[in-house]
Design a protein around this ligand. Structure first.
Ligand code: SF4
Length: 346
């Protein structure tokens, strides 16, 4: 059963850097210091009351957890210990920088019941990391993966295609290098320009151009396909919409869309529909079957995938039906009694 996340946002706490793109408070919509012990316990209790049987996962997001003084890390994790022992908290996740994890840190986290650490990898390309002001290299990522893996802690990775100096090829190469390290999950955040960041100055001066929305969707689609092929879950694509993020003047430029992931999923189905349509005579009417929860992704926003089939192939989709037999990334097209099947993963 999917865990219910109990989130604590510790924006910029512990962070020894200021990456060119970062404004954690705007990204999370939270402005906060470190939560007091009582607040941690109260929040967990509040979420437990609505968990209805779901396991609880405590998550410390934002900031660089393992750059906090060890005493502060301990203070945040200590109240969880009796709850973990009693099974009331099933798992603990936190995010940090790759260069803030070594063997000792990994063993400390494992001993305090941390089950997953998400590393802000962003890129595995040295030049891109330097241009982004990350202050670490790809070797730090590899070492952090090894330390955490040896301590028995699962590792997630965050990637940011479209940073200064990045290209689609570099983004895909970074992804491949991360996938080779065996991540438990991935988050993909195409770079957007937030007000008040150094990236905003670079963008204003004309020395940085973010990805356009269509290019970002297409690149993230290619990244998602590689993750699916490697059986690595992608738990987020695109920044989560928050009131702060959506306030006019917060995002200055870049491939922002409140339903970015849906655009990406729809793009994958558009590609599959077009591949399958090659075997359908122009002018045909077809029916499409897919997993029931994929119907809107298959149709695309404003039914754009269906319009595209009509314009490009002269094919009219008469109906899309949900079929529980089908895998979430499979489709079947029926045309004149013939069934043509395929998968986004083919
Ligand atoms: S290390 Fe993380 S929290 Fe710190 S500035 Fe960079 S992205 Fe933001």
């Amino acid at each position: 059963m999917k865990p219910l996340i109990v989130p604590f946002f510790i924006s910029h706490q512990g962070c020894p850097h200021k990456c060119v793109f970062c404004d954690q408070e705007r990204i999370s919509g939270q402005s906060s210091g470190l939560p007091a012990t009582a607040e941690v316990l109260e929040t967990i209790e509040r979420f437990a009351a609505s968990a209805v049987g779901r396991p609880l996962e405590v998550a410390f997001y934002g900031g660089t957890f393992t750059s906090l003084p060890r005493g502060e890390q301990d203070r945040l994790l200590a109240p969880l210990q009796p709850l973990i022992a009693k099974g009331r908290v099933a798992s603990v996740r936190l995010s940090t920088r790759p260069d803030s994890v070594d063997d000792d840190t990994a063993r400390f986290l494992a001993a305090r019941g941390v089950t997953t650490v998400e590393l802000g990898v962003q890129s595995m390309d040295g030049e891109v990391l330097e241009s982004a002001g990350r202050g670490h290299g790809a070797a730090h990522v590899e070492r952090a993966f090894a330390s955490l893996g040896n301590a028995g802690v699962a590792v997630g990775a965050q990637l940011m295609p479209g940073l200064p100096g990045d290209t689609p090829e570099k983004s895909l190469e970074s992804l491949d290098r991360v996938l080779a390290l065996g991540p438990a999950c991935l988050r993909i955040y195409p770079t957007v320009v937030l007000a008040g960041t150094r990236l905003a100055d670079l963008w204003r001066s004309g020395s940085y151009s973010p990805l356009g929305l269509d290019d970002a969707v297409s690149l993230c689609g290619a990244m998602l396909r590689r993750c699916l092929a490697a059986s690595v879950p992608v738990i987020r694509i695109g920044l989560q919409p928050t009131e702060e993020l959506e306030r006019p003047g917060t995002i200055l430029a870049g491939p922002w869309h409140p339903a970015f992931r849906q655009l990406v999923e729809s793009e994958l189905f558009r590609g599959l529909l077009e591949r399958l349509a090659m075997d359908v005579p122009a002018g045909s009417g077809i029916e499409v079957a897919c997993s029931p929860r994929r119907i809107s992704d298959v149709a695309g926003q404003h039914r754009c995938n269906l319009s595209r089939l009509r314009e490009k192939f002269g094919i009219v989709v008469r109906r899309i039906t949900g079929d529980n037999r089908l895998h979430p990334y499979d489709l079947e097209i029926s045309c004149s009694g013939k069934i043509i099947a395929g998968s986004v993963l083919d």
